[in-house]
Design a protein around this ligand. Structure first.
Ligand SMILES: [Zn+2]
Length: 383
């Protein structure tokens, strides 16, 4: 058994969190438990391996010893990004049972009045709300072209869906809108509102106010040609992009994971909007910290009110412990810590449960266009 001690300061009080890492005879991590101040011991994670020693499932626990999330792994090591809730209390969302309509991808990538953006490099993508956030973001663009501020067809997050007659429809999302009707639209609106009201507002206002379109689409993404049960941001060439969001209708996924996933993928959209898009460890750490923080804010309001225990994201290695400590320091810290961010980026591929998959091994730590940190402007992340 290995112990790690991390001191967290919440509301001026310092709490010592002691984590116990349990290993099996083969030296593999099998469970992580936590003692948080005077609280009882809580199981954070349990890990399961197949007969040849590959990690096939990792369950994350937050509240008591009930499983909050389960992460499954493909045989070749990539994470099936879905997380299933084994303690489901809520079945209000259901599959709509419709076939994936691949031919509709063409329509989804049609950006109508925004063709102007196809002639622009993403580096010059204007941000109509940049002035509003000037005092908050030292990275806001100051050379906006006012000609690009006016584009009523682009200034939204759009939700694409199929109506009762099978016709493709789209609906603009505005902050805290109320909607009843189509399952996919109402579910997506609920989760966008959840992200908006739990720390996502400042970031989402930029996407809503952008002259690029960000679209929530009722599709499942694919990886290596196979469908992946996940939410995923997919940039479009002219700016903006699609978030594959059919997973939101899956009642086997926890609402916590859905809020986290929506905030995470929107943050990838925000990175793209700021000219910093592209898969890299740098972007993945930022989006992961942001998404998890929003979900944790949401969780305080809903399921785990008052609870501030964290899940275990690190592996059973020294780097895994460095990653996990850095990750939760960033989530819970009052200020952005460059030191923790650098630690998390440097240990992500070897030490995080997600990063050790082949998918992330193929990505660079940072791409040349990713020159600025976008996360610091949103601190503190835990509201
Ligand atoms: Zn991501």
């Amino acid at each position: 058994m290995v112990k790690s001690k991390i001191k967290h300061t919440f509301d001026g009080k310092t709490v010592e969190i002691v984590k116990d890492y349990l290993y099996d005879h083969a030296g593999r991590l099998t469970s992580v438990s936590q003692k948080n101040g005077t609280d009882p011991v809580t199981t954070l994670a349990t890990l399961h391996y197949n007969e040849i020693g590959q990690l096939i499932q990792k369950k994350l626990h937050v509240s008591g010893n009930n499983a909050l999330q389960t992460v499954n792994y493909y045989p070749f090591g990539a994470i099936v990004e879905s997380t299933t809730y084994s303690n489901s209390t809520d079945n209000k969302y259901r599959y709509n049972g419709k076939e994936l309509q691949k031919e509709l991808e063409l329509q989804w990538s049609d950006h109508g009045a925004r063709m102007l953006n196809f002639t622009m490099s993403r580096w010059t993508t204007p941000d109509p709300l940049a002035e509003k956030y000037y005092s908050l973001s030292p990275y806001a663009y100051v050379a906006n072209n006012p000609m690009n501020f006016i584009d009523p067809d682009g200034r939204e997050i759009w939700i694409y869906y199929e109506d009762e007659d099978g016709n493709e429809q789209k609906m603009p999302y505005t902050a805290n809108m109320q909607y009843k009707g189509n399952d996919f639209v109402s579910t997506t609106v609920n989760f966008l509102n959840a992200a908006y009201n739990n720390g996502g507002a400042k970031m989402m206002d930029v996407l809503i106010g952008s002259s690029n379109s960000f679209n929530m689409v009722n599709q499942i993404p694919t990886y290596n040609g196979s469908p992946v049960d996940a939410l995923q941001f997919d940039p479009t060439t002219g700016g903006g992009g699609n978030i594959y969001a059919k997973l939101l209708l899956n009642s086997n996924i926890s609402d916590f994971a859905k809020v986290e996933g929506v905030a995470h993928e929107l943050f990838h959209g925000f990175q793209h909007e700021k000219g910093q898009g592209g898969a890299s460890v740098f972007n993945e750490v930022e989006a992961s910290v942001f998404g998890y923080s929003v979900a944790q804010n949401w969780g305080f309001q809903n399921v785990f009110s008052g609870a501030r225990s964290g899940t275990s994201f690190g592996t059973d290695t020294p780097n895994g412990q460095i990653f996990e400590k850095a990750f939760f320091n960033m989530v819970n810290g009052n200020k952005f810590s460059s030191r923790d961010f650098i630690d998390a980026v440097n240990t992500f591929q070897t030490g995080s449960a997600k990063g050790t998959s082949r998918f992330y091994q193929n990505h660079p730590l940072r791409s040349p266009n990713q020159t600025r940190l976008l996360l610091p402007q949103f601190y503190p992340l835990i509201k």
